[in-house]
Design a protein. Structure first.
Length: 115
């Protein structure tokens, strides 16, 4: 949608409606633009983080860059915070599951199970 500001100059408005990192509005404002935001919490934040996790997962699949892994990890930290669980607790569970079921370092693909 295009609108006109007070000086009669055309302004472009781009709608995103997606979760962004906390400092993104500051970065937008520093670029001379206006960021319109709202805050969410609780279940809405958890849902937005899960959606962001899928989005960043897709981005990682496209370019396989380490930076995308860092983004995924930041989202997981956000999920831990909103769920009220510590990194240490998640790491304890991860290690327990790894001990019991193994990790993914061998790259095993389960093709079939016969009985």
């Amino acid at each position: 949608m295009d609108v006109y500001d007070r000086l009669g100059e055309e302004m472009e408005i781009i709608e995103y409606n997606k979760l962004v990192r906390d400092k993104i509005p500051e970065i937008i404002e520093a670029d001379g633009k206006t960021a319109i935001t709202m805050s969410i919490d609780g279940l809405k934040l958890k849902q937005a983080l899960v959606k962001k996790l899928a989005e960043e997962g897709e981005e990682y699949l496209e370019d396989l860059e380490t930076e995308e892994i860092a983004d995924l990890l930041e989202i997981l930290h956000g999920l831990m915070e909103v769920q009220g669980v510590s990194y240490e607790e998640v790491e304890r569970i991860r290690l327990s599951k790894k001990e019991e079921r193994g990790g993914f370092s061998e790259g095993l693909i389960l093709k079939k199970v016969q009985s």
